[in-house]
Design a binder for this molecule. Structure first.
Ligand code: NAD
Ligand code: ZN
Length: 347
C-alpha cells in the first residue's frame, strides 16, 4: 500500500520562521474517525502567524505540528463505528475539535464549547496528504461544490457566520477590511439582500479585488470619508449594520461613527492587542456589538452550502493556485498582503 511509506506534510519543524516539508506516518484512525485524502488546501492568515512564528504562534503551536486547517478531500478509510459516511465521499470539515461535556456543547451550541482545539494549531492539521478527523466534523460536499471551493469553506464560513449575525435584508451594510474574509462577507451580504454594501480598505489591490468578487462599493477611507460615501449613496442617517473584518481600531472607530442610532456590529477582526474604545459613543448610539468566532457548528455550514448551490459565487476571491511543491512561493504571495485566497494542490 502506498500509504505505508508515510505521507508528505508541511510541518512547524523548528522554533523559527518557516514551514518545512517532511515525511510523516499516515495517521491511524480511531473507531469514530475517518481518514481523508487531501486534494486542496487554503492558506489562512493563521498559517501566516504560524509561519512568521510570532508571539501568539510561539505561545500556542507545538513545534513538530503538522499545520493547516482549510481543506477539501475524499474519505479513504472509516473507523469501525462510523456508519453514516462512505469511502469515496468528497468532503471538507470543521477544523474545531469540540468536547462533548461542557454546558454549551450539551445544549447543542458546539461552536461555544470552551474546550475547542483546532487542527493545524493545537492538533495535527490538513497540510498533509492525509488527515484524520472525527466523523462528527466531516462535511460532505455536493457535486456543485468542487475541491477548490471546498478548500475555502472554513474562511467562507467565518464570513457567513459574521454576515448572518444580523438581518441584512434591505439594510445598508458597512464592511471594514477587504481581506479574503471581508470580501466574502460583503458578497454574502449582497447575496442575502442588503441594499448597499460598502467595503473599506487602505490597500488598493484589496479594494480592486473586492470589486471583482462582488457588487459592492469599495472605499479607501484615506481618500473619501464615510459620511461623504453615505451622502453619495443617499443614506438618510448612516449604515444599519457593520461587519468589522480588519482588526483595526481606526476602522472600528469609523464604523461606530458611520452607524445609525441603534446600529449593529458583528466583530470578527482580531486587533493585535488591547485598543482604546470610545464606549460612550457606543452607549449614546445604543449600538449592539456581537463578537463572532469560528463557524456555527453546523448551521453555518448548512447555510453556506445552500447559498453556494443557489448562486453565491466567491470563486474570484481565489487569486493564486500552486502545487504543494511550491508552498514557499505560495506563502510568499500570502505574506505580501495583497492576494486573495491562495490554494495549494496536493494531488
Ligand atoms: P487580512 O489581514 O487578509 O485582511 C484584513 C484587511 O484589513 C487587510 O486588507 C488590511 O489592509 C485591512 N485594513 C487594515 N486597516 C484598515 C482600516 N483602518 N480600514 C479598513 N481596512 C483596514 O485578514 P482576513 O484573513 O481577511 O481576516 C480578517 C480578520 O478576521 C483578521 O483580523 C483575522 O485575524 C480575523 N479572523 C477572525 C476569525 C474569527 O473566528 N473571529 C477567523 C479568521 C480570521
Ligand atoms: Zn482559516
Amino acid at each position: 500500500m502506498e500509504r505505508n511509506d508515510g505521507m508528505k506534510a508541511l510541518v512547524k519543524a523548528q522554533a523559527a520562521p518557516g514551514l518545512w516539508a517532511e515525511r510523516r506516518p499516515v495517521p491511524e484512525v480511531g473507531p469514530d474517525d475517518v481518514l481523508i485524502r487531501i486534494n486542496k488546501t487554503g492558506i489562512c492568515g493563521t498559517d501566516i502567524h504560524i509561519w512568521n512564528w510570532d508571539d501568539w504562534a510561539q505561545r500556542t503551536v507545538p513545534v513538530g505540528l503538522i499545520t493547516g486547517h482549510e481543506f477539501a478531500g475524499e474519505i479513504v478509510e472509516l473507523g469501525e463505528d462510523v456508519t453514516d459516511l462512505t469511502i469515496g465521499q468528497r468532503c471538507s470539515g470543521e477544523g474545531h475539535l469540540i468536547g462533548k461535556t461542557s454546558r454549551q456543547s450539551r445544549a447543542g451550541k458546539f461552536h461555544l464549547d470552551p474546550e475547542t482545539r483546532g487542527i493545524g494549531v493545537n492538533e495535527p492539521g490538513a497540510f498533509a496528504e492525509y488527515l484524520r478527523l472525527p466523523a462528527f466534523n466531516v462535511v460532505p460536499l455536493p457535486d456543485a461544490i468542487d475541491d477548490e471551493i471546498g478548500s475555502i469553506l472554513d474562511p467562507l464560513g467565518n464570513a457567513v457566520h459574521n454576515a448572518l449575525s444580523f438581518d441584512l435584508v434591505g439594510e445598508d451594510v458597512l464592511v471594514t477590511g477587504a481581506g479574503p474574509i471581508g470580501i466574502m462577507a460583503a458578497a454574502v451580504a449582497r447575496h442575502v439582500g442588503a441594499r448597499h454594501v460598502v467595503i473599506t480598505d487602505l490597500n488598493p489591490d484589496r479594494l480592486a479585488l473586492a470589486g471583482q468578487v462582488a457588487d459592492v462599493v469599495p472605499v479607501n477611507p484615506m481618500e473619501e470619508d464615510l459620511a461623504s460615501v453615505a451622502s453619495r449613496l443617499k443614506l438618510k442617517q448612516g449604515f444599519d449594520v457593520g461587519l468589522e473584518m480588519s482588526g483595526s481600531q481606526a476602522a472600528l472607530d469609523q464604523m461606530v461613527e458611520a452607524l445609525v442610532m441603534g446600529g449593529r456590529i458583528a466583530l470578527l477582526g482580531i486587533p493585535p492587542g488591547k485598543s482604546p474604545v470610545d464606549w460612550s459613543r457606543i452607549v449614546f448610539k445604543a449600538v449592539t456589538i456581537k463578537g463572532v468566532y469560528g463557524r456555527e457548528i453546523f448551521e453555518t455550514w448548512y447555510k453556506m452550502i445552500a447559498m453556494l448551490e443557489n448562486g453565491l459565487d466567491v470563486r474570484r476571491v481565489i487569486t493564486h493556485r500552486f502545487p504543494v511543491a511550491d508552498f514557499e512561493k505560495a506563502f510568499e504571495v500570502m505574506r505580501g498582503g495583497s492576494s486573495g485566497k491562495v490554494v495549494l494542490d496536493w494531488r
